[in-house]
Design a protein around this ligand. Sequence first.
Ligand SMILES: Nc1ncnc2c1ncn2[C@@H]1O[C@H](COP(=O)(O)OP(=O)(O)OP(=O)(O)O)[C@@H](O)[C@H]1O
Ligand SMILES: [Mg+2]
Length: 504
Amino acid sequence: MTLLKLQSIMSNEVAKRSFFSRPPEPPVSVLLSDPFRSLYIGTTKIFRVPFTWSFFNLTNPHIAVVGITGSGKSFFVKTLLIRASYVWNTNAVIIDWAGEYRAWVKQSGGIIVSLAKGDYMNIMDLSGMKPIDRVKQIMNSLDILTDISQYPEQKRLTEEAIEQAYTNSGFRVSERAPEDAESPTLKDVITLLEEKLQEGTYEYPAELENTIYRLRQFAREGEDYFARKSTVDLGKLAQSGLVDIDLSGLPDEKFRALAGLFILQTLKERMRSEGWSETKGLKTMVVLDEAWKVASDEKSDAIMIVREGRKYNFGLIVASQNPTDINEAIFSNVGTTFILRIKFEKFLNYLQGSLNFSNFIRTEISKFGVGQAAVEMAFQTSLRFPETFVLERIHGEEPLYVYVLDMTDTLTQSEISSGIVARDYQFEKEELRNKLVDYGVSTEGINTIFGAFETSGRNMKMLEFIRMLRDTGGVSVENIVAFLKGMSIEDMIITRIVNSIGGI
Ligand SMILES: Nc1ncnc2c1ncn2[C@@H]1O[C@H](COP(=O)(O)OP(=O)(O)OP(=O)(O)O)[C@@H](O)[C@H]1O
Ligand SMILES: [Mg+2]
């Protein structure tokens, strides 16, 4: 026999114990703000409440966006920038690693700066700064990108020569330069060092030679993207509407990172010199998309912008496939995180560890389709509702065109009868097209496969699709396996799929 104990308790106590008393989404008053002061993003998944984003009650205006390739990060960023420009007149500077935003910026009437495709930036340009401060910034970039910190003598030689180049061009190192004064370039710095070498009086010529060699990689003919007169007015970058700095033409990651670091330094200086601002929304948003070197190094000015941005109404948006590539000082300090689909357990662990969301949200994130997102906001005051909630979809300006792969036919009879439900995989049409092109499927083959999707309500059974890939598309079994792995399907299921089409 069980003993039953009766006790009387207050109803608010009962409410605390009840799961239902804790709403799964923040209240409408938090989700939906004045449309003239906030940006519409989409509707929430459970209560279908329109969510508008603003930063007034958040710790800061900065945003992190994470999600696997094709999950909709760049699409979200574009949506946000366009709406911010309508509502707040916000300017935007996109540090565009892969040239992904170029076409869109052009279409939206923005400015495109194409480094290595006709545009140059002189990293010694002062745009109103004191030379001494620019010298520090250049040394900082060299520190991040080269091994210079291991060679103190070479560091000293470099610093000295840069200062000398400014002095020779008529600047005073610790005075603000007039906006229109013409700055020297890295080529002038190298010439100074070469002259010193030729004089033959310096006692460690090898140090001097290495110093010259290090700088030359940024000033070689044909690769002197940062060592020529600027074709862009750097001082105006942050007030020019929508600006795309397309870095995709630069030869490698080192050059792209140098450009990214330099632009951030310039923007940070602008932010500080323009001072506190009274605008109602954000004055400028800076976007770093997949710029891992720039977002991950603790010496990067991305961190300074995150620390100080709020008081100047300057917002940073960092987007990445890999959340661990975003420096912790940025990640743990952004006011809002948009988590799109994430499949790797280690990334989910990292996100859950730092943002503290529930296992329910974690499962949702791993199942998201294109454009679905969990939103986590850091409020200035602690509140009694969950800070992470799920959006049914980010509503952008473009309609979403999704093809669905139904996994039901990869389950065994016994799995089906034991109640296991197969999950769907979604592909945005153009993304799927790109993948098929990568696997060598011809345009004709792609059209046939897409035709099959269209005749079956944009929904196809997995095995049927894989057979079409092999028979119509001519995709090899190795590539089929790679494709399935890319969707993060378990090895056991992949083996099953491959066996069902006749194995390797
Ligand atoms: N919310 C959405 N509504 C409509 N279309 C979307 C949405 N999100 C993404 N898309 C479409 O899905 C495709 C992939 O999105 P996007 O390029 O933004 O992915 P990504 O996460 O930036 O990928 P990558 O990491 O490869 O750059 C694009 O064609 C985009 O137009
Ligand atoms: Mg992208």
